[in-house]
Design a binder for this molecule. Structure first.
Ligand SMILES: *[C@@H]1O[C@H](CO)[C@@H](O)[C@H](O)[C@H]1NC(C)=O
Ligand SMILES: *[C@@H]1O[C@H](CO)[C@@H](O)[C@H](O)[C@H]1NC(C)=O
Ligand SMILES: *[C@@H]1O[C@H](CO)[C@@H](O)[C@H](O)[C@H]1NC(C)=O
Ligand SMILES: *[C@@H]1O[C@H](CO)[C@@H](O)[C@H](O)[C@H]1NC(C)=O
Ligand SMILES: *[C@@H]1O[C@H](CO)[C@@H](O)[C@H](O)[C@H]1NC(C)=O
Ligand SMILES: *[C@@H]1O[C@H](CO)[C@@H](O)[C@H](O)[C@H]1NC(C)=O
Ligand SMILES: *[C@@H]1O[C@H](CO)[C@@H](O)[C@H](O)[C@H]1NC(C)=O
Ligand SMILES: *[C@@H]1O[C@H](CO)[C@@H](O)[C@H](O)[C@H]1NC(C)=O
Length: 557
């Protein structure tokens, strides 16, 4: 549609009293019409229903588990003896309950990693749980996980590595594709509903060269599990973000061209930002491990809850799903240290995001679809309701798109949340938040680029009674489903603009999309105490942080 507009003159905004007068006028002129205001047209591309359900789940837990857990390795050679898979207390219910209690609504298991060992009793190989001492060869990790996930109401995904260092047909294109699809069919027909199939293009140096029949695999997966999303570097349903640090681009489109990406050989910058011209809907998933490695190692410890919170802002807060790996240990359980960090991470999120200050504000807008602000399907107060189905829509053909947020008393805050009703397409290209000072002047708080399903922006704390969210550029009339104003007392803003791009923040901090933020920087190192109160205990942590040169923060709890 390409209806891209830039607002030249924000000074044209009408004074509030005049806006109110116009609103009253339009009430009288349209109240005689009994018809409901027609909804705006969606703008292509659109998400499928499984993509929508995937996006609404926000976070998934990855479970890397297998012989590597017992051999202290990351990439097994494929020759580990199945007897190493010897454990006594495996409890998949513990994995799922840990995930659920920490706020994760989906778990994904490495049914087969690169070493080729199968966590389910595949009939196409004996390199599996069948040949292990665990439960005398009668165990089935995937089966137990599927049952527990169903019991807890958590969604299930499987990872089936294309690269297989054990299977002898690997390297023979036809035979191995048959083997892979045979195994995929077992996984997708033995265990009930599968919500996600995860595959990657990882392959070691010197691995045999062969072709994977991806399109054939994708066809079979969608045929057997129509509700499942397929993850790979290039989609079709969700794409890899391009790094393994849990960080998305500050500009992050769900729009993408599948044809411009290649599994095992994508351009990380294209993956990170998506494509404003893209014709496919392929939102991104940010995978990262809670520990340095993907498999459990006795010598490694989990990251701090504050580090996870930072990743949350840069993944879920940038229109992506956070896929956090929490590897079960060699006892077959998730370790206590990891459970503790997950619990703290949840308490941090709850304490920040459970109190949307905007709920106590009066909202109005530059215009409202249907012409009436407080008597319409599309009124501005929809943005404080927790549903993507209700949203503010401006009147068509407007020269500005503004949401005003007025408080009775000044509020102090340092986080902005914005959401688009993505079932109508992703629209916003650029926006900013302003606050009004005592001299009635508007000052910019923060600039942002894409919104998508959810955008979180952090900035140094500011205090004001009057705010306005201005949409500067949009692919079509912008629609806003949620607006949140929060105070995060835990995160300390680093010396980088939030809008700079994750793993390359320093070099990009001056790019035009980084905008201006309130000039305040924290000292180079600091310490503070915080309390998290849960139903079970009071936790007091001392957090020592050092701002490192690349803008990353090392936090220890
Ligand atoms: C498995 O572990 C048990 C208990 O630690 C031990 O008794 C048994 O010998 C082990 N089996 C193998 C095959 O290593
Ligand atoms: C497995 O974990 C679940 C959930 O934490 C727990 O309720 C159950 O008692 C555990 N089972 C065993 C055998 O430890
Ligand atoms: C697996 O099967 C192969 C033959 O297909 C056999 O040589 C091997 O001993 C079997 N291994 C186990 C652990 O049963
Ligand atoms: C994606 O496709 C659109 C046309 O649908 C095209 O305009 C755009 O340039 C493509 N992007 C890339 C990176 O090829
Ligand atoms: C695995 O985690 C459980 C706690 O869930 C713990 O009891 C057990 O000792 C851990 N095993 C190892 C090898 O660390
Ligand atoms: C913040 O960034 C600016 C510009 O990149 C740099 O000059 C300054 O030293 C940085 N301050 C700290 C505390 O890192
Ligand atoms: C960081 O950005 C610079 C310039 O934009 C680029 O040349 C470099 O490859 C980037 N590095 C990474 C790790 O993305
Ligand atoms: C980055 O921005 C600062 C402040 O706007 C400016 O002083 C500096 O020269 C810029 N640096 C680069 C490399 O563009």
């Amino acid at each position: 549609m390409g209806d891209e507009r830039k607002l030249p003159n924000p000074g044209l905004t009408l004074p509030n009293s005049l806006t109110t007068f116009l609103i009253l006028l339009s009430v009288t002129s349209t109240s005689s019409s009994p018809q409901k205001t027609r909804p705006p047209l969606p703008i292509l591309p659109l998400p499928s229903s499984s993509q929508l359900s995937w996006q609404l789940s926000n976070m998934a837990l990855f479970l890397h588990f297998g012989p590597n857990t017992f051999t202290d390795s990351e990439w097994g050679s494929g020759h580990a003896d199945p007897s190493v898979f010897n454990l006594t207390r495996l409890n998949a219910s513990q994995w799922v309950s840990v995930a659920k209690e920490a706020g994760f609504s989906r778990v994904i298991i490495t049914a087969k990693h690169h070493d080729g060992f199968c966590l389910w009793p595949s009939e196409y190989t004996n390199y599996s749980v069948k040949s292990s001492p665990w439960r005398d060869g009668n165990g089935d990790v995937v089966g137990e996980l599927a049952k527990s996930a169903r019991d807890f109401g958590v969604q299930l995904g499987i990872y089936l590595s294309p690269w297989d260092r054990h299977e002898k047909t690997y390297g023979l294109t036809k035979e191995y594709n048959e083997y892979y699809l045979g195994q995929m069919t077992e996984l997708l027909t033995w265990y009930g509903t599968i919500n996600e199939v995860w595959l990657d293009g990882a392959k070691g140096e010197g691995a045999k060269d062969m072709e994977y029949f991806f399109n054939c695999w994708f066809g079979v997966i969608h045929q057997l599990q129509p509700g499942a999303v397929i993850f790979s570097d290039a989609g079709p349903d969700t794409r890899w973000i391009g790094d393994e640090s849990g960080v998305a681009g500050s500009t992050c489109w769900s729009l993408f061209n599948q044809s411009a990406a290649k599994i095992g050989g994508t351009d990380p910058l294209y993956s990170r930002g998506g494509d404003p011209q893209g014709h496919d809907w392929v939102p991104a998933e940010c995978d990262v491990s809670i520990r340095p490695g993907w498999f459990w190692h006795a010598s490694e410890v989990p990251k701090s809850a504050l580090t996870l919170l930072d990743m949350y802002y840069k993944s879920v807060g940038r229109n992506c799903l956070l896929l956090l790996n929490v590897p079960p240990n060699s006892t077959g359980l998730i370790s206590n240290e990891d459970i503790q960090v997950l619990q703290e991470f949840k308490e941090l999120r709850n304490s920040i995001f459970s109190n949307n200050l905007a709920r106590n504000a009066v909202l109005h807008s530059s215009s409202t679809r249907g012409g009436v602000d407080h008597n319409s399907e599309y009124e501005s107060s929809n943005v404080i309701q927790d549903s993507i189905n209700t949203y503010w829509a401006p009147e068509e053909d407007q020269s500005d798109w503004v949401l005003y947020i007025d408080f009775e008393e000044p509020v102090t805050f340092n986080v902005l949340q914005v959401q688009e009703p993505i079932h109508m397409g992703q629209r916003v290209i650029q926006f900013h938040l302003d606050m009004r000072n005592e001299d009635e002047e508007w000052n910019k708080v923060i600039d942002g680029t894409t919104v998508g399903y959810q955008r979180l922006l952090q900035f140094p704390s500011v205090k004001s009674k009057h705010l306005r969210l201005v949409i500067d550029k949009s692919r079509a009339d912008p629609l806003i489903s949620y607006l949140g104003i929060f105070l995060d007392p835990f995160s300390i803003l680093r010396n980088v603009s939030d809008t700079s791009s994750g793993s390359n923040r320093t070099s990009k901090a001056n790019k035009s999309d980084s905008g201006s933020i309130h000039p305040f920087w924290p000292p180079e190192s600091f310490a503070f105490n915080y309390f998290c109160i849960s139903s079970h205990y009071i936790l007091k942590s001392t957090i020592e942080e050092k701002v490192t040169r690349d803008g990353k923060v090392d936090g220890q709890i």
